[in-house]
Design a protein around this ligand. Structure first.
Ligand code: V47
Ligand code: SF4
Length: 355
């Protein structure tokens, strides 16, 4: 048997592969073999089920004191297009969708020095007051660390106080790619990869589940991708708190970075390698808002089991030119999943099935 077949037979037997073996697969295995192995893992876990969530996105401000080179969303205060949603506007946005059976509200924003700490508590409390039944998945590790620094609190205090106000889970953003060398080039002011991992480990120790991401298809190599995946897998071995991994394809529009974004083969290989390598993270997302509905449908055959959600309305990827709808109806989501040959299963933030 070739090296590739040996490694893939280990995967088929349910074994763990090393980063070197994953690198070998990424560089040498043909995409069909990779897809077959990733599909076998995905089918063992979920059969033909593909999950989706009825959710709403709220991006409370785009004013950010960082200037990540890949980001087309952030603005400086006073710049044209800069905005902050007041807590009242957030209430209106939540109330505007009361007629829909939303299960999750996903809240993220820039690092805005002008917002008081109470703003965040008020926002969480207001959302839960209006919709006590929703799960609030809010604030990346980057925002949590920033707020702790800004308001001279420990990260544990911030997380605990936010949970008391209504926070249920953290989204996976801000991880980008952990390589310190690449971070210096891509997002020099941002929380380091090491610190991003520490915030998630802390959240897990407080029983707050989180997601994790990798921004890929820009200047990173497969070695950088696998170093990143290994750091996530190592943390998950210790803490078991990651619910879902989301490979985020870089969107090349209106930002400083000169890179093209991943092509179709790279997209499906990334899902397959993630599914094969991350044997301890249960869910892998095909995030249709960034990769497109057609690619996400293929993702379900290359190891992904989650289609994300209705969203309404995605702003970060669209600022960078994502050529996809900003939201979808539940019937459309189900249709796209069924058309891909899978069975749609509505879930909540914790991946528990909903009727
Ligand atoms: O952290 C910024 C990324 C992230 C670009 O946890 C870009 O369920 C591509 O993390 N091209 C926000 N990506 C999105 C995110 C997310 C989305 C959906 C679900 C979940 C979850 C998390 O978007 C940022 C950053 O990594 N980003 N600019 C860009 N040009
Ligand atoms: Fe700010 Fe996040 Fe954009 Fe970086 S990616 S500039 S931290 S909003």
């Amino acid at each position: 048997m070739s090296d590739t077949d040996n490694i893939l037979s280990k995967v088929h037997d349910g074994g763990r592969i090393s980063p070197e073996e994953a690198l070998h697969l990424a560089r040498s295995a043909d995409v069909h073999k990779l897809g077959r192995a990733a599909l076998a893992v995905r089918t063992r876990l979920f059969g033909d089920q593909a999950f989706f969530v009825y959710n709403q996105h709220l991006n409370y401000t785009n004013i950010c004191s960082n200037a990540c080179r890949f980001c087309a969303y952030s603005k400086r205060a006073g710049e044209e297009g800069a905005y902050v949603m007041s807590v009242d506007q957030i209430r209106v946005a939540v109330k505007s969708r009361m007629h829909e059976p939303i299960d999750e509200i996903h809240v993220v924003g820039g690092l805005n020095p002008d917002l008081p700490y109470d703003y965040y508590l008020e926002m969480l409390k207001s959302i839960k007051e209006i919709r006590p039944e929703v799960h609030i998945k809010a604030f990346t590790a980057v925002e949590i660390a920033y707020l702790a620094g800004q308001y001279e609190k420990t990260r544990e205090q911030v997380l605990t106080e936010f949970v008391q106000a209504g926070l249920d889970a953290l989204p996976g953003g801000g991880a980008e790619v952990f390589s310190p060398q690449l971070r210096r080039h891509l997002c020099p002011e941002k929380l380091s990869g090491e610190e991003w991992l520490k915030v998630h480990e802390l959240a897990h120790s407080l029983n707050i589940p989180t997601n994790c991401t990798l921004l890929f298809g820009h200047v990173e190599s497969w070695v950088d991708r696998l170093d990143h995946l290994q750091a996530l897998r190592d943390l998950q071995d210790r803490s078991s708190g990651f619910l879902c991994f989301i490979p985020l394809p870089y969107q090349p529009g209106r930002n400083e970075l000169q890179a093209a974004g991943p092509d179709g083969v790279d997209l499906v290989k990334m899902w397959a390698i993630s599914r094969i390598f991350l044997d301890n993270i249960k869910h892998i997302k095909a995030y249709w808002a960034f990769c497109g509905i057609k690619a996400a449908q293929l993702g379900l055959w290359y190891g992904a089991d989650d289609f994300d959600g209705t969203i309404v309305e995605e702003k970060v990827g669209h600022a960078a030119g994502a050529d996809t709808p900003t939201g979808l109806g539940v019937d459309q989501l189900k249709h796209h999943i069924r058309a891909a040959g899978m069975k749609p299963v509505r879930r909540d933030s914790f991946f528990q099935p909903r009727s």
